[in-house]
Design a protein around this ligand. Structure first.
Ligand SMILES: Cc1cc2nc3c(=O)[nH]c(=O)nc-3n(C[C@H](O)[C@H](O)[C@H](O)COP(=O)(O)OP(=O)(O)OC[C@H]3O[C@@H](n4cnc5c(N)ncnc54)[C@H](O)[C@@H]3O)c2cc1C
Length: 404
């Protein structure tokens, strides 16, 4: 049977940063990825896949999932520097977000802030500890309940593509050192997925696409991972998959951990990407729009990476509300165009963890169980949702396994 030092399941940012770290230490690594692409939640949709080579817009891409990365994502940037691709980062042009009312009116975030209420609340809110407090409690205490309801609740829901009130406050806005060599906010040629492809290209690990891990069993020297391509034996195993998939894969080998993982809730949102000629919508260049009691949480624009002839917007719809035609009609109304103006349309489903305020404590209990084990759990349910949080967790767990 094929035997390697480490099998990593999942080639999103978590799996790829871990694979880079393991390979750097000289370990023999196989990465199994269920889909035909890297990236998972980082999903850059390329028009070149739908139009004739060299056709209008063949160079255009739109983010259907994550869209912005920051220079505080140091572990991601360390891995990119190792591939010699740090200079390829594309700075995002500075643009703001606007709120959008159901009737299509745009409003700046500052217009929704009551300064007096913020000034009264700030001195009491600023020193309060975040651990054990929800986003609604902590940020409501910081700027006042009214400001939270009008401004912060819809803005955070737009960031998280789900209601944010019960989210653990300690998982939002953690201060991290910034890498001065990288632009503050960036994308990459081909979108953020291109950045992950750069991590995989020519790397010293073996990445296998369309090879889903189906089951894991224990052996005397480690694990055996089953996939349609046959079994692989390994000394160490890293699961970099959504939490529900990790729960299923661990059922036989770590039943108690699998049980814990089943209690971690997930949320979903439905992405609709639309591409239209640059001159058609009257909406001024914008990073994105924040829905106010709307069918969508947010609209993310491609404008910060401008294109000569096309614009693109991804609507992140609440799940189960609208069918495709209704989504297209809503998107057209918000952009002030006709649905017939859309040159290209793509839909996808995104899934994210939906952690509650007790979540960080659950993760701490999980980590206590993992101490000393040749198993690592990686992903966006362990250290925060952002790409940087995932990369940080991946680097930390790689170091732990390397030290065993
Ligand atoms: C709509 C949206 C917008 C976001 N915006 C941002 C943003 O702007 N900035 C930011 O920092 N973060 C953002 N995030 C969060 C961030 O993108 C994710 O949390 C992060 O990319 C998750 O990475 P991951 O590798 O842990 O998991 P995933 O990206 O979920 O990757 C898991 C991988 O495992 C694979 N897989 C699943 N099952 C199996 C199996 N059985 N065998 C093999 N492979 C399997 C999947 O195909 C996938 O490739 C956003 C997320 C979403 C959904």
């Amino acid at each position: 049977m094929e035997t390697v030092d480490c099998v990593i399941v999942g080639a999103g940012v978590s799996g790829l940063v871990a694979a880079a770290g393991m390979a750097r230490a000289g370990r023999q690594v196989v990465v199994l990825e269920a889909s035909p692409r890297v990236g998972g939640c980082i999903h850059s949709w390329h028009l070149r896949d739908e139009i004739a080579p060299g056709g209008e817009g063949a160079d255009f891409w739109l983010e259907l999932g994550a869209h912005t990365a920051y220079n505080s994502y140091s572990q991601l940037l360390v891995a990119l520097r190792e591939r010699g691709r740090l200079d390829d980062l594309l700075p995002r042009e500075k643009m703001g977000y606007s709120f959008v009312a159901r009737d299509g009116r745009l409003q700046s975030p500052l217009k929704r802030l009551n300064f007096l209420q913020a000034a009264v609340s700030l001195p009491f809110g600023i020193g309060r500890a975040k651990p054990g407090r929800s986003v609604a409690e902590w940020f409501g205490g910081l700027l006042g309940r009214g400001n939270y309801r009008r401004l912060l609740a819809p803005a955070f829901a737009a960031v998280l593509s789900q209601p944010a009130d019960a989210f653990p406050a300690e998982w939002l806005f953690r201060r991290k050192p910034r890498l001065a060599e990288a632009p503050r906010k960036y994308s990459f040629p081909g979108g953020l997925q291109g950045l992950l492809e750069a991590l995989a290209e020519g790397a010293a690990f073996d990445l296998r696409y369309q090879t889903a891990a189906a089951a894991v069993t224990r052996t005397a020297s480690g694990f055996q991972v089953q996939s349609a391509a046959g079994p692989i034996a390994c000394r160490q195993l890293m699961l970099a998959v959504p939490v529900d998939v990790a729960g299923v894969l661990l059922n036989e080998v770590y039943a108690d951990i699998a049980n814990e993982l089943r209690a971690f809730p997930m949320s979903s949102s439905e992405a609709l990407g639309v591409v239209l000629p640059a001159g058609v919508s009257a909406i001024k260049p914008v990073a994105g729009l924040i829905g106010l009691n709307d069918d969508f949480w947010s609209v993310v624009s491609r404008d910060p990476i401008p294109h000569d002839t096309l614009r693109g917007f991804t609507f992140h719809f609440r799940p189960g509300r609208l069918n495709r035609e209704e989504k297209l009609a809503r998107a057209a109304a918000v952009l002030g165009v006709r649905a017939g103006d859309f040159l290209h349309v793509r839909e996808t489903l995104n899934r994210l963890p939906a952690p509650g305020v007790e979540h960080p404590r659950r993760v701490a209990a999980l980590d206590a169980k993992l101490a000393g084990e040749p198993l690592a759990l990686l992903g966006n349910y362990l250290n925060g949702l952002s790409i940087g949080d995932c990369a940080e967790r991946a680097a930390k767990e790689t170091a732990r396994l390397l030290a065993l």
